[in-house]
Every structure is written in C-alpha cells, then in structure tokens.
Design a protein around this ligand. Structure first.
Ligand code: SF4
Ligand code: SF4
Length: 659
C-alpha cells in the first residue's frame, strides 16, 4: 500500500499545495543565500585552493568524525548525534520532497529496512540529544554559552522534525503500511485502535508539519548562527593548513597598495567572511581567552559577532545592490582599538574553535592597519619599535652588551668556533634581561656538560622579530628577519636551538617565508634528548613539587608538551603536577603578541590570574620554558607577594640536578 493513500483524498490539491509550498520555501532560501554568496565573490582574494588531499582528510576528521567537537564528550556527543542524524535523515528529507513530486524518487521506501533501522535509531538519538541540549542550556547554563531565543527555536524545530517522523511511522504501521524499522512497530501500537480517519489525520498532520518545519528551518539558516549547518563543511575544508604559528606575509612592495592591513569590510578576504558566517556562537573560543576572562574588551566570539552584524547590515552596499556608504570597521565600532591591542595572540581561541576560525590573523591584520597605515599604536610600543630599529632589541640596548651574559663561560661565537653543530640563538630576553640571562647561562652550561658543539652569534645576533610582527609592524619584522637570515647563512648555520618559544616559532615557521630554512629546536627538546642519551645525568636528588606552565608558543602553537615535562620527570625527587589549565587549555602569562611591552590597564592582570592558579596548585615551584612567561610570572610573584612560589626555567632546575 502506498503511504500516500493516507493523505490522498484530494490528490490534485495536495500536489499543488505541496509544490507551491516547496517552491516558495526553496525560492526564498536561494534568494537569501544569494546576498551572502555575492559578498564572498566580491571579497578580497585568498588562495586556499591547494593541498586537496590534506583538505579532504581534515574535512573527514573534523566534519564527518567531529574530532574537535568530541574533545568535550558531554557536549560533543550531543552535537555529533544531531549532525550525524542530519546526515542520515538527508535521505528521508530528499524522499519527502522529491518522492512526493516524483514517486520514483522515494529512496527511503526503495531502501527498505537497510535504511529504516539506522534512520529510526538516529531519530531517537537526535531527539535525546535535543532534550539534553535544552536541559544543558536551561538548567546547567555553562558560562561560555549565552542565552539565545534562536537556539531554543532551532532545537524546538529539530525536536518537532523527530516527533513528526515518529507520528508518521506510527500512523503508517497502524494502518498496515510496511514501515521496515523499529519505530513504526514500537509506536504503532499506541494508535492501533484509531479509526482510519484518525490515522489519516495523524499521518497528514505529521507530513505537513514536517515539510513546513524543514522549509522554515532552511530559511532560518542564512543570517543566523545556524548558518554553520551550511558553511561549516567548506569552512573546515578551506582551513589554514600552514603551521598554526605562521602569520601571513604582507607584500610591502605592492606599489598599488593604498594602505596596509585591514580597516574596511571590503578588505576582508573571502575566508574571513566564511569564518564570520560560520561562527556558531558556541563560546568555546573565549572560555579561557586570557583577555575575556580578565574582563578586557576583547572576546574572540564577540569580535566575530560584531563583524557578522556589520557585514550583514551593509550587505546591500557591499554587494553593489545599493549605493550606500560603508563606514570603516573602526569608525563603525565593529572593531575596537582596545580589543585589538588586548590580544596576547595566545592562540587559545583558534585551537578551541571547532570550525577553525582564524581570529589571530584578523587581529594582526587590524593591528597592521593601525601600525603601518595610521602609525597609531599604544604609546609604549614607540620605545620598543625604536629600540628594535636602532639596536635590534626592544629596549634599545647597545649590541656590544648582547653577549655579556656569557662572560667567563667560555662560550664561543660563530667567528671564534672552529666548527659548531648548533647555533644557540639566545634572543633578546636571554641576552639583556637579568632574570633570563641566568637561564641562558644555565642552558649554555648544560650544553657544555653534555659535550654539545655550539656557538652563539654574540653582537651579530638580532631580534627574531616576533613582537614586531605580532604588533602589526610587518615592515620592521621583515627587516629583522632578513638581517638574521643573512647572518645565519654567512655563518654557515644549519641547526638552531633557542630557549625562547617565540624565537623558536618565528625562526622555524616564519623565516622560511623569506628563504630562511634551518633546522630549529627548542631547548626543551634538546635537553630531553641529551638526558635520554645519557649525556646529561640528573643524578642529584632534588626535593621539589613542580607545576609546569605551558608557554602558548611552545605548546598550543607547536605541540611541544611532553619534552619539558619529561626533562622534569627525569630528575629524582621532582614531582610534576598539572595546573588546573594545562596543555591545550594552558592559560597565557599575558606576555605574548607584544603585550609584554605594553601596559595592562584594562580589567585584571593576566599574569596575576596565572600565578593564582599556580598558588592554588599547592606547588612551591612553577617550571617553565619561556623567557616571557618567566618575566611575567616572576613579576606576578612580586606584585602578589607570593614569595613562597619560585619561578624557574627547566634548564635551571636540570642544571641543579646535573651538578
Ligand atoms: S569562533 Fe568558533 S569557538 Fe568561537 S563562538 Fe564561533 S564557532 Fe564557537
Ligand atoms: S589569541 Fe588568545 S588573547 Fe587573543 S583573542 Fe584568542 S584567546 Fe583571546
């Protein structure tokens, strides 16, 4: 028996109404989509049409298998069941519309039990996932999720889709129509005693409500946060495949460029717009964002919201459909100066985002506009830029003092060494900052004890340029990077080791953008290797309770979590504990992105928040592997008067154990 016999009393009217409703629903959807598509077409170019194999693999892992979403199993499974349910139910939806217009296209009935069982299973799972989502939003209220009527509306529509499907299955089964799956048999008994008219009404009601709900749902998508239902797949497919810590190069030679960086919506490239469309407003990105959680104006989620609001508001003018003026993003308040300068570029937001939205690059592009085009940036940066320009370090200290830290240690420069395997790139903090000079000394002594052949550049070393690049001064960064690359090449450098994760990231990932291809290691990696090979024997027992603090540029950006922990764990008597926020969720010290050179006058201090987390761990020592983290946390210890907490680099602790 054809299921439509249950709703067939006026077939002609039925088909006409259904066709009209479907065409209207799909037509409005396409019309609404058109504006968004035109915006993408007119956006600035960005080349992501490469490395297809990697893109397909990433899409399978992060869209189909929902890998990032499932990092948090409780909410991840809920979302994954709804997503997988939608994929399975796509055949049902196609059958509902196409099969009604053209009977031969009723795939669902043709597949029979092979489709009915998984479909029924996902109807139940999706319904349970929706109920859990409502409970979570209404009762558990996780801090990162903001209350939204749209979310409840969409959850309600999804639940309605599942319930109407259950209703239709029950009516069909009770009317004697084969239903193949288990839902019809299970629910059909509930309506078994109904008259044929009652069953017809149940089926027809379920059918019409379901079709109308699907069309409503479709039309809610464009312009809402649920647009990600459509855009998340392409957004993940076109994600950045470059190393996470590599920023885009700016072509400073472009003679046609009227400005550098981004200040206008027209200057946003199509991938930024796709990011903006795709944001689900889930709030994962600001859960441990150091600026948002210390009450500063920047929240990556809100920056996304404001950009979305702006481009949708000016969609007509941006697509050329109207002639209105489009103000620049700063003037319109879509992007705030306090926001862009607050960012530590810690990368938590990008790593947490299930859709790989790339806020750090946007923020640096906004900073580039302010720094390069307007020459307008926080006052404190003036001194740092001048120091970098004149003496290649942010404090402007004379180059002759660069190697003072090594006095009496017998560390050769590349000119003095007969040959060397490793260049120890000391970096500005290790060279000039009193606290971090001790770390450079400890590391050099460890290398000597292990018999490693190494040399330093001494006066010839220049700043790596990390802070210049991340504060938007791309011109200065490129000058510094090119100078260092030239010096490395002249000195015959092949392998570089540095104790600074910022230098490590820049040398490893950004220097290749300018022809500087070297093998770059972080000191934690080399120390781990030397201990494993028995070249360093930490035989002295230390009695230390150590909490390890992950540097963002070592952990999140470069995935180096184990090496520094292994160095600590190899020392007898050292007990290594984890802070409440560690590994991927490691909380920034507040010094990245050039923030170490700026005042922190808004909200509470990020380094104070981190040192409070150290204090709460009960450990007497916080071990780290980054000079900026060392400075920021040492300052926090003094300012919070937590003298019982020692801030030490892993090289210093290892040296104590080796000696
Ligand atoms: S940017 Fe990503 S993590 Fe942040 S709210 Fe949007 S989808 Fe969620
Ligand atoms: S990079 Fe860090 S500080 Fe900047 S917006 Fe993202 S989470 Fe916040």
């Amino acid at each position: 028996m054809d299921p439509k016999t249950l709703i067939d009393p006026a077939a002609g009217v039925f088909y006409f109404l259904f066709l009209a409703m479907s065409l209207a629903g799909v037509g409005i959807f396409v019309w609404r989509l058109r504006g968004k598509w035109l915006l993408l077409r007119r956006a600035a170019p960005e080349d992501r049409f490469n490395r297809w194999g990697e893109r397909i693999r990433a899409t399978l892992v992060h869209v189909v298998a929902q890998a990032r979403i499932l990092r948090d199993p409780a909410t991840g499974l809920m979302h994954a069941f709804i997503f997988w349910g939608f994929c399975v139910l796509a055949i049902h939806t196609a059958s509902l519309f196409l099969g009604t217009w053209i009977p031969g296209l009723d795939f669902e009935r043709r597949l029979g039990a092979a489709y009915a069982w998984p479909k029924d299973l996902f109807i139940v799972l999706v319904a349970l996932a929706v109920l859990w989502a409502v409970f979570r939003r209404a009762v558990l209220r996780p801090a990162r999720v903001e209350s939204s009527g749209e979310a409840y509306l969409v959850l309600g529509l999804i639940l309605l889709l599942m319930l109407t499907d259950m209703g239709a299955e029950a009516a069909l089964h009770a009317a004697g129509v084969p239903t193949y799956g288990f839902l019809g048999a299970a629910l059909g008994s509930l309506v078994a005693g109904w008259s044929r008219t009652g069953l017809q009404a149940l089926y027809a009601g379920s059918f019409w409500i379901q079709a109308a709900t699907i069309l409503c749902f479709l039309n809610i998508l464009p312009g809402s946060k649920h647009f990600h239902v459509i855009t998340s797949l392409p957004n993940v497919f076109f994600r950045k495949l470059e190393p996470a810590g590599r920023l885009r190069t700016l072509n400073l030679e472009d003679e046609n460029a009227e400005s550098f960086g981004v200040a206008k919506a027209q200057e946003l490239d199509w991938k930024v717009l796709l990011d903006v469309y795709s944001c689900t407003e889930c709030g994962r990105c600001h859960e441990h964002c150091p600026t948002h959680t210390t009450d500063k104006p920047l929240s990556p989620k809100r920056m996304n919201d404001h950009l979305k609001e702006f481009v949708y508001k000016h969609e007509q003018a941006l697509t050329g459909a109207s002639t209105g003026e489009v103000p620049d993003l700063f003037t319109a308040g879509a992007v705030g100066e306090d926001e862009i300068w607050a960012c530590t570029t810690c990368g938590f937001c990008e790593d947490a985002c299930p859709l790989f939205i790339e806020e750090v690059q946007w923020i640096v592009d906004f900073r580039r506009y302010k720094t390069l085009t307007e020459s307008h940036f926080p006052e404190e940066l003036t001194k740092a830029f001048r120091g970098l320009e004149t003496n290649s370090n942010p404090w402007g200290i004379g180059a002759h003092k660069r190697a003072e830290w090594a006095a009496g240690l017998g560390v050769p420069t590349v000119g003095e060494a007969e040959s060397f395997e490793w260049l120890f790139f000391v970096g500005c903090s290790g060279s000039f900052d009193e606290r971090n000079r001790k770390v450079a000394q400890a590391f050099a002594r460890l290398l000597q004890k292990a018999g490693v052949s190494f040399a330093i550049l001494g006066e010839a070393e220049g700043c790596c340029g990390d802070a210049a690049r991340r504060t938007g001064n791309e011109y200065l960064f490129q000058t510094l990077a090119q100078a260092n690359i030239e010096i490395f090449k002249e000195a015959g450098v092949r392998k570089i080791v540095t104790a600074c994760p910022h230098g490590f990231n820049t040398l490893k990932h950004e220097y290749p953008q300018f022809g500087g291809e070297f093998e770059v290691w972080h000191h934690s990696q080399l120390l781990e290797k030397l201990v494993l090979e028995g070249k360093l024997k930490p035989s002295r027992k230390l009695d230390l309770d150590v909490a390890f603090h992950d540097s963002c540029y070592l952990g999140r950006y470069n995935g180096i979590y184990d090496a520094p922990r292994n160095v600590m764990a190899g020392i007898a008597g050292v007990k290594v504990s984890e802070l409440a926020l560690h590994h991927r969720q490691g909380f920034c010290c507040g010094g990245g992105g050039g923030r170490i050179f700026m005042e922190e006058s808004l909200g509470s201090r990020i380094n104070h928040r981190r040192i409070e987390q150290v204090r709460d761990s009960g450990c007497s020592t916080v071990a780290l592997a980054c000079p900026f983290c060392n400075t920021m946390l040492s300052d926090a210890v003094k300012e919070k008067e937590l003298e019982g907490v020692a801030v030490r680099d892993i090289a210093e602790i290892l040296l104590e154990a080796v000696e």
